[in-house]
Design a protein around this ligand. Structure first.
Ligand SMILES: *[C@@H]1O[C@H](CO)[C@@H](O)[C@H](O)[C@H]1NC(C)=O
Length: 316
């Protein structure tokens, strides 16, 4: 592998900061060195490298990285250097108001965060961009999809294990009624159930709905809803039922067929690297019969590839 040099063990954050500064010097940036230093540093190490860099060179490391790196590598490394909340906030803003409207990214982030994570996102979003998340969603999405997202970020959901079986049955019946209608879906029922109920409730609902009516909830959503609204409902359901499988599926979609959805690939690998990437990798192999590092290797190149493979802990 020409682009993969053995990751260096850390001597100290100070030493890392000095090495990064050296990598930036001269003609062009030594991107291999940057990847080598940063890819295998954990969150607290990355924070302390940024502090050391500031102390030693009176300069902002993130700004310097933005200046020195390019393309997908730049995007991936800058996202990596942020905290989880900062990542969500900047990705949401970019997805909603950037030059390329990335409705899937915005929907995916919102529909997979807990109420308390969403509360933190909203708290940081307003002072960072001088506008509220609700406002950006309101301006850039539409119809049922908009109603669903706005309700999802407004409501505080219970996220414990207790469920109310009677309410589960009521919801199953209500959804079945939607399916029986000839035309004109009652989207408000879907919106209420999918924004107010806990993950445990939705898991029970899928199973009770299947037992009572012999139908799969996922298929009913696919039949009754459409477009971005359907995508949001399926995301909420699939994430509730199995987050690992959800991310494996998103990665598969980003990499299969012609071309690669690099922003999705970067977003999922960077944001899950320190949470459950290993489990996602196992699920991916089980479900799609291909090792994720092999897929990433075939879809990417250069230092960008080396960086993503390092996040996967792979020397593929
Ligand atoms: C980060 O890595 C250092 C060095 O290996 C370790 O001491 C520290 O506990 C790690 N921190 C986290 C949050 O994993």
């Amino acid at each position: 592998m020409s682009t993969f040099t053995k990751p260096s063990m850390q001597k100290s954050s100070r030493d890392d900061a000095e090495q990064l500064n050296r990598a930036f010097k001269g003609l062009g940036c030594d991107a291999a060195a940057v990847v080598n230093i940063l890819a295998l540093r954990n969150a607290s190490q990355r924070d302390s490298i940024q502090q050391e860099y500031e102390t030693l060179f009176s300069d902002d490391l993130k700004k310097q990285l933005a200046h020195e790196l390019h393309g997908h590598l730049k995007k991936a490394v800058l996202l990596w250097m942020k905290s989880p909340i900062e990542r969500d906030v900047t990705t949401l803003r970019q997805a909603l108001t950037g030059p390329i409207f990335d409705v899937k990214a915005a929907t995916e982030i919102i529909c997979t965060r807990t109420s308390s994570q969403i509360r933190q996102i909203k708290q940081v979003y307003t002072p960072t961009f001088g506008t509220r998340l609700e406002f950006d969603i309101g301006c850039h999405t539409s119809d049922d999809h908009k109603k669903l997202l706005l309700a999802f970020i407004a409501i505080t959901r219970y996220d414990g294990p207790e469920i109310d079986s009677l309410l589960v049955e009521d919801d199953a019946k209500a959804i079945n009624k939607i399916g029986l209608k000839k035309s004109g879906m009652d989207e408000s029922t879907f919106i209420q159930i999918f924004t107010e109920r806990s993950s445990a409730h939705l898991i029970a609902l899928a199973s009770v709905y299947h037992k009572m009516f012999g139908k799969e909830l996922r298929k009913t959503i696919k039949r009754e809803a459409s477009g971005n609204f359907k995508y949001a409902l399926l995301t909420i359901l699939q994430y509730a039922v199995d987050p690992t499988k959800h991310y494996a599926r998103v990665l598969r979609k980003a990499t299969k067929g012609l071309g690669t959805d690099d922003s999705t690939l970067i977003r999922i690998l960077v944001t899950r690297a320190e949470i459950d990437l290993q489990k996602i990798e196992e699920e991916f192999l089980k479900k799609y019969k291909r090792p994720l590092p092999e897929v990433v290797h075939s879809e990417t190149s250069g230092h960008y590839r080396a960086f993503l493979l390092s996040l996967l802990g792979s020397k593929y």
